[in-house]
Ligand binder design. Structure first.
Ligand SMILES: [Mg+2]
Length: 233
């Protein structure tokens, strides 16, 4: 069986990291709304290309400080950045370790799909220690937001890939919808995150309605692992 793991917000707590990014803006006196706007501004460098990194967010805060004639608080900024690097090691989502261990022990053919700037994605992978499991040979990086994962799967498994005998662990319901539509035999295990509307609410109900037994949904990875153990046996 082939197993594909999405990285951000499936195995790694990217929502929490985003909140730590926003602290850099907040310690420089920007509002919560501004801190979010900076994230949106730093996230893409052109339409549809994901460009967010810690350096880009930091640069965005510096640029805004200059344009508003504000002195950046270097000490507080450094403390916020150090906190990110220090706490990054705890950002593997609960249950991820057990899920990965199970898949490694079963000798499945497993792969990681990583959406974002390669060097930044690798840094996060190193923080949480999964760079030993996912190396160049079983990781595909893409920076394209729309359709990037479809392309990545074709790159991995060929143009006639249908998703047969393949399971995807993912968090985004909208993205999963696209993949289930494209690959008619693919099965998706979805980690629903109530903090993210793209992975909860109506889109999730639509997934269940449209794809029936090709979709398993749970609020955490431990529950998903239990469903997967049943499914795999
Ligand atoms: Mg994701």
């Amino acid at each position: 069986m082939k197993i594909i793991f999405d990285f951000d917000n499936t195995l790694f707590d990217s929502m929490q990291l985003k909140s730590m990014f926003r602290d850099i803006a907040r310690v420089n006196g920007f509002s919560d709304a501004e801190s979010r706007a900076f994230y949106s501004a730093a996230r893409n460098d052109e339409d549809g290309i994901i460009a967010i990194t810690l350096d880009r967010y930091l640069e965005e805060v510096r640029t805004r400080c200059i344009s508003e004639n504000k002195q950046i608080d270097e000490k507080a900024t450094r403390a916020a950045v150090d906190k990110i690097k220090k706490n990054g090691v705890d950002l593997l989502l609960p249950g991820a370790k057990e899920l990965l261990k199970f898949c490694c022990n079963q000798n499945f053919d497993y792969h990681l799909l990583s959406l974002g700037v390669r060097s930044w994605q690798m840094e996060k992978m190193r923080w949480v220690g999964i760079d030993k499991i996912f190396t160049d040979s079983n990781t595909v990086f893409t920076v394209k937001e729309a359709g990037g994962k479809v392309e990545a799967l074709r790159e991995l498994f060929g143009f006639d890939f249908t998703g047969k005998n393949t399971v995807l662990f993912n968090d985004r319901a909208d993205e999963s919808d696209e993949l289930l539509e494209e690959f008619s035999d693919l099965v998706v295990f979805l980690r629903r995150d109530e903090r993210d509307e793209r992975s909860s609410g109506k889109v999730v109900n639509d997934l269940l309605k449209n794809y029936g037994d090709r979709v398993f949904i749970a609020g955490n990875l431990s529950e998903l692992l239990n469903s997967f153990i049943n499914y795999a046996h």
